[in-house]
Design a protein around this ligand. Structure first.
Ligand code: ADE
Length: 247
């Protein structure tokens, strides 16, 4: 997988992703990450990349020319037509399913906007996927791009090592993950649930599944609509929710 991030703040991308698991994946050559500075492509003699909006209004707008030329310099090096993701609160909201789908791409190009926006003409020309990371407004697209790159990369075979497997993750099976505990067995008088010390793997698995169901019902009941549950599990969760209402 190769990522190209078009940004006015390339250092932000590098410093955010060159550590921990993603940093290791870059070092191992599992993923390739290149931040491309949009400013390097401006033809403005003062190095500007933004200007006032036509029609007036607050803030500045990123101009089309530097972004388009930046994109063309990336495109000309690729033997395939990449998807171009524009980070914007107006996009489709990113989720685990999208992370899995994007992880199948050969490479992805990200466009990080700033200021009040980006000239619509260049967006219409190059963007294939406007994506939002949630219903809130950030000052730029860099953090959303980093979030997406992190989530997509961990879906790529070899990026997570065995012990970091994505299988049991929240959303992996449409549910939130069960609670985890580590040593010591007792901390501030609070004990680890007995069943986790029993060594009975079948009972541990059943308990964890039940905890996932309960946690999802408590925190994200919307996920239960689409989670693949057995009839027995549906029954369990209906009882749980009915009892909770009575309490
Ligand atoms: N840029 C600013 N806010 C954003 C958001 N919520 N998602 C993606 N890009 C953004």
């Amino acid at each position: 997988m190769e990522y190209y991030v078009m940004t006015l703040f390339p250092d932000m991308i590098a410093s955010g992703l060159n550590t921990s698991i993603i940093g290791r994946a870059i070092e191992d050559g599992k993923i390739y990450l290149e931040s491309v500075n949009i400013r390097d492509f401006t033809k403005d003699k003062h190095g500007r990349t933004d200007d006032y909006p036509y029609g007036g209004g607050a803030g500045m707008v990123m101009q089309a020319q530097p972004i388009y030329d930046c994109y063309q310099s990336i495109r000309s090096r690729l033997p395939y037509q990449p998807r171009v993701i524009y980070l914007t609160p107006q996009g489709r909201v990113f989720d685990q399913q999208m992370a899995k789908e994007f992880a199948r791409a050969e490479g992805l190009v990200f466009l990080c906007g700033h200021y009040e926006g980006v000239d619509e003409r260049v967006l219409n020309e190059i963007v294939t996927d406007p994506v939002s990371i949630g219903d809130f407004v950030l000052t730029g697209g860099e953090l959303p791009a980093m979030c997406m790159i992190d989530a997509i990369s961990r879906m790529i075979p070899g990026v997570l090592h065995n012990e970091e497997s994505a299988e049991d993750d929240s959303f992996g099976d449409g549910l939130l993950e069960f609670p985890q505990y580590s040593r010591p067995e007792e901390w501030r008088g609070i004990h680890v649930p007995d069943i986790l010390l029993s060594g009975d793997h079948a009972r541990v698995d059943a308990w964890r599944r039940e905890q996932s169901l309960i946690r999802t019902a408590d925190r994200r009941p919307d996920l239960l609509k689409t989670a693949p549950l057995s009839p027995k599990e549906r029954c369990f969760i209906e009882n749980y929710l009915a009892n909770k209402k009575d309490m």
